[in-house]
Design a protein around this ligand. Structure first.
Ligand SMILES: [Zn+2]
Length: 54
């Protein structure tokens, strides 16, 4: 599972991964061009972080 989110929603994304997988997620800054144009899952801001359970 991978969640793209803005700064505001990073904590929310982390909570969701922890709840769902009971494991600490990996939080990375977006670097790839295609990902940088992705908007946050929870609002219309540009994504800044990628939160994943891998
Ligand atoms: Zn957001």
């Amino acid at each position: 599972m991978k969640i793209i989110c803005c700064k505001e929603h990073a904590e929310l994304a982390i909570d969701i991964i922890v709840d769902e997988f009971e494991t600490a997620p990996v939080v990375e800054l977006l670097t790839e061009k295609d990902e940088l144009s992705t908007t946050c899952e929870y609002c219309n801001e540009a994504g800044v972080y990628k939160v994943s359970n891998i």
